[in-house]
Design a binder for this molecule. Structure first.
Ligand code: GLN
Length: 212
């Protein structure tokens, strides 16, 4: 972000509802970049993996050579629904690709089939009042979380919004409502990391100048 006034949020734009994330981040003042190739990953401050079909998105991540570049980028990643599945360290009873960015075990389609999709109010201290409206579309369930994963919201005892130093994952679709709070939360993770990076650079250059 050094030298820029706004952060750049990359949105993986192969399949799924990437356009809704794009609109959401632009509405809250971020610059957005459609990510479809390795070249798009350079210069990003954060990356979104949208909801959709995790097997398809995973296959395209591999086909376009993005697996290692995303893992190596060390930028905050925001996964929603299929995106959360792809961020998970472990997908229960599945051999499909995962980026392994956050220490959770997740189970695909765990509420049932498409017709079992639902909406529910999701309370979260982190997001404040009122509750956010959770849109769950053939959603996964997070079955286990590692010690470095913070659970920010539950639905029926299952974590539905989780955060680590690297990732924010929602098993629901905040981009399908008009409520920008979950996107703002991710943006704050990105800007905090950028501020640390900028301060570290300033620290490094001022200590260089004092030793000269
Ligand atoms: N069921 C999808 C999957 O397993 C996720 C659905 C979604 O992203 N809404 O990939």
């Amino acid at each position: 972000m050094a030298g820029k006034n706004v952060v750049s949020i990359g949105i993986l734009s192969f399949q799924g509802d990437y356009a809704r994330h794009d609109a959401m981040f632009r509405a809250i003042g971020a610059r957005t970049v459609a990510v479809r190739s390795v070249a798009n990953i350079a210069c990003l401050d954060g990356l979104v993996i949208p909801g959709g079909e995790s097997t398809t998105i995973g296959m395209l991540i591999e086909r376009f050579g993005l697996l290692e570049p995303i893992r190596a980028a060390e930028i905050p990643v925001f996964g929603t629904c299929a995106g959360a599945i792809l961020c998970a360290r472990t997908i229960r009873e599945s051999e499909q690709l995962t980026l392994g960015l956050i220490d959770v075990t997740i189970e695909r389609n765990a509420y049932g089939r498409q017709v079992d999709s639902f909406e529910a109010d999701i309370a979260s201290h982190e997001l404040g009042s009122p509750a956010v409206r959770g849109v769950f579309i053939r959603a996964p369930i997070i079955r286990a979380t590692g010690s470095d994963v913070e659970v920010l919201a539950h639905y029926e005892d299952h974590p539905v919004l989780v955060r680590s130093s690297r990732c924010l994952c929602a098993t629901f679709h905040p981009e399908l409502t008009d409520d920008t709070r979950v996107h703002e939360l991710f943006l704050s993770m990105v800007t905090q990391r950028c501020a640390c990076y900028t301060n570290a650079s300033i620290g490094a250059s001022s200590s260089e100048s004092t030793t000269q």
